[in-house]
Design a protein around this ligand. Sequence first.
Ligand SMILES: Cc1ncc(COP(=O)(O)O)c(C=O)c1O
Length: 369
Amino acid sequence: MTGIDTPLPTYVWEPTTDSLAAKYGLPRESIVRFDVNTSPISPDLSDVLAGPFDPALCEYPPSDYAALVAAAADSYSVAPEEVLPTAGADEALDLIARASLREGSVAVVAAPTYAMYRIVSEQRGASVVAVPRLGPERGFGLDIPALAKAARNAALVWLCEPNNPTGAYEPPERIGELLALLEAGAARDRSPAPIVAVDEAYSEFVGRTVLPLRFDYARLVVVRTLSKAHALAGARVGFAIARPETLAPILSFRAPASVGTVSAALATAALRRPNLAAANVGAIGGQRARLIAQLSELGWRPYPSQANFILIRFSTPAAAESAAEALLRRGLVPRTFGPEHPFSDCLRLTVRSAPENDRLIEAARGIPA
Ligand SMILES: Cc1ncc(COP(=O)(O)O)c(C=O)c1O
């Protein structure tokens, strides 16, 4: 069964203040919003704010997020009509599931991977087919023939590049092979090809993207975030990026103004300063190499990583659990996976600053692998 084909009711956004000023030839400052039930009076928050309150915050953000969309389009080398700003990548994932799935649909994941794909798919009543990734000896790569086969009747395929939690990365050429197989299968079956959502939350750490593949495979949706390389997780800004015809149904599920004005401004500024993310990626890359080398010297078994985290295998699930406890007692919080997970004998550790990583290495000295 494929996804949703019937048109859906869509919220009609109010015109932006900029567009009204342009349309009626008026100065922007002269426009008064009598249409959106906001407050004309700024709150007195002088005790908590470092500077004066910006009255723009009394109003909703512009419904087209024009400045943010332009900055994202420039940064990702796509057209503005291909960019949908969301409250973090997680909102993009939810909107993609809403637009693509309904009761009885099939969604495919390459497991183990980020847990939200299964969650947002099952919340839509879809069943999730998990195609196991290749083993660690094959770099946790994608089993492309198995994915293509499983996706034959699927409405949606979720991919994560680089993958959380393995840290493995499949180059765009390999994703292109999968997309070609899906296209060929859909042509044979005379049915629409599945939407393929590639979550590139960590892609800045490898410096590559599948975005150019959208010209050959129109059903590709790429998800990006400002939470990782751009260091703005608290701002909650992400994007769904796709060809306009693919983005349209996703757009129809967007809540009005889910990205706040402050977040949009921070994200716009960060995207306009690519040197900041590049410096962060460089620093994290250096720290990642050091962590892997030093933890390995201590007998720990980290897997290679192309992201800002490292997956570490312990001898048994019990060893992973006691290592987690030992770290927690020192105030160092690892990501654990629980007894049912294929990585129950692993911990995932984020690469952090040099002094924070020093604390981790120091703690690891006393913890058996
Ligand atoms: C693969 C992946 N996608 C999405 C997210 C969520 O990103 P955001 O903070 O932009 O919602 C995460 C967060 O850890 C992630 O690992």
